[in-house]
Design a binder for this molecule. Structure first.
Ligand code: SAM
Length: 432
């Protein structure tokens, strides 16, 4: 074990990834080095996710294993959404844990590191956010949080509890962070938030569309992505900003959750099936070729066979390039716990199975349709499977492994002719 070295294990969404990058950066400023494994670390942090059930059990079983590390003198911290949700209960069940760091306190580590506080789970009004101290793992991409928390209160979702009420960061800080990220070679910017397009500057009232325009026109920004957009917050101004700036990616992650308006109403998603489809149509009309991905929940209380058929029919209509689908998982304190007509597990499993089979078909056809086309690929790093090949991403978020160049610098945009569609990725050759 090296004095002052850290190991962070991250579960969950992009927000958790970025929180880990923020924690790692602050630890480095305090003299910690990154350890190669948990066995060599003097500080082990679990950055946890609680979006679906069993997350607490998973944390406690992981902590059980880490008890050994504690015996050799390491300190153990629990961060993220389970930390926020369980707070002091973590110390009751695992008293050898040194501290619990909630999502609102990621910017202020000193109190827990120096032992002044063991449980930091409040949501301070003024939150520290030192973007200069973010340990960004990618040489080409910088993720930037624009809005924390969520005010939507979907009946199934624990995010309002684990990440608090919405709070947007000042516009000028986001522009400054972008300029800094570009100056360190990151030409792809990804704006993050649970409901990123609900952004509103607390100082000036500038909107998400204003932010898109400002970041897209910042010199050196070759690509601009953002996630997660809420369908009810997609405005004409946001679509217009995407249309006007060709460096804003033609790709949107737009979680629909269900294709049935009756289910969407019980989920309190604030849109209907028709309104969602109309939003997709508006975007495709303004910006042809835009790719979409989504999130879906099956087996939400009261979901009938007909409701589920409507989800399948919506998938056929939109033809999402990719999607994440989950079986409904009851979360503590959420309003959906009071809903009746639980869907039996075997029915939910069978639906999930059918949904994935349909998506596989759609995805195969989508990927096949790229063969023969030349796409602009941002080179990121050598391919994971074959380091003699290059790997990068298209504008609409597909990974492309390609050959045909002797050398290439990360961040370069390369025209690549697609020669083959694989299961989830594309292969191609750089065009001279
Ligand atoms: N804030 C985003 C939104 O409103 O669409 C995404 C939040 S969450 C981190 C990512 C996905 O997890 C959700 O879009 C939803 O599909 C899924 N999810 C959230 N709560 C769930 C639950 N209780 N059971 C199953 N899936 C859930």
């Amino acid at each position: 074990m090296t004095a002052k070295s850290y190991f962070i294990e991250t579960w969950g969404c992009q927000m958790n990834d970025l929180d880990s990058q923020r924690i790692a950066g602050q630890l480095k400023l305090r003299g910690y080095r990154q350890a190669a494994s948990e066995n060599e670390a003097s500080l082990i942090l679990l950055n946890t996710c609680s979006i679906r059930e069993k997350s607490e059990q998973k944390v406690f079983s992981r902590l059980g294993v880490l008890k050994e590390a504690k015996e050799r003198g390491a300190r153990i911290g629990v961060a993220g959404c389970v930390a926020q949700q369980e707070g002091a209960r973590i110390l009751e069940r695992a008293p050898y844990v040194d501290f619990v760091l909630g999502t609102g306190n990621v910017g202020t580590l000193d109190d827990v590191l120096e032992g002044r506080t063991r449980v930091a789970i409040d949501f301070p009004e003024a939150r520290e956010y030192d973007y200069l101290a973010i340990e960004r793992p990618s040489a080409t991409r910088a993720q930037i949080t624009v809005i924390e928390g969520c005010n939507k209160n979907c009946t199934f979702c624990i995010v309002p509890t684990t990440r608090g009420r919405e709070i947007s960061r000042p516009f000028r800080h986001l522009v400054a962070e972008t300029i800094h990220a570009v100056s360190t070679g990151r030409s792809e910017i990804e704006l993050l938030g649970q409901t990123v397009n609900a952004y509103r500057c607390p100082e000036s009232g500038q909107t998400f569309a204003d932010l898109l325009k400002a970041i897209a026109t910042t010199p050196g920004v070759a690509r601009l992505r953002f996630m997660t957009s809420h369908p009810a917050e997609v405005s004409d101004e946001m679509i217009e900003a995407m249309r006007l700036h060709s460096n804003i990616c033609r790709f949107l992650h737009l979680p629909v959750q269900s294709g049935s308006s009756a289910v969407l109403r019980r989920m309190k998603r604030l849109y209907t099936r028709e309104r969602y489809l109309e939003t997709i149509e508006r975007i495709r009309e303004a910006i042809p070729g835009t790719g979409f991905s989504t999130d879906l929940i099956v087996g939400f209380p009261g979901e009938t066979d007909d409701d589920f058929e409507q989800t399948l029919s919506l998938m056929k209509q939109v033809r999402f390039g990719s999607l994440y689908a989950f079986k409904y998982s009851p979360r503590p304190g959420t309003p959906a716990l009071r809903l009746k007509d639980e869907v039996p597990a075997e029915v939910a499993n069978a639906r999930l199975h059918r949904l994935f089979a349909l998506q596989e078909e759609i995805q195969r056809e989508t990927l096949d349709s790229y063969v023969g086309r030349t796409l602009e690929v941002m080179y990121e790093a050598p391919s994971r499977n074959d380091p003699t090949e290059f790997a990068g991403k298209t504008d609409d978020n597909w990974t492309v492994n390609f050959t045909g160049l002797s050398a290439v610098a990360p961040g370069m945009l390369i025209p690549v002719r697609i020669t083959q569609a694989q299961h989830y990725t594309l292969r191609g050759e750089a065009v001279a």
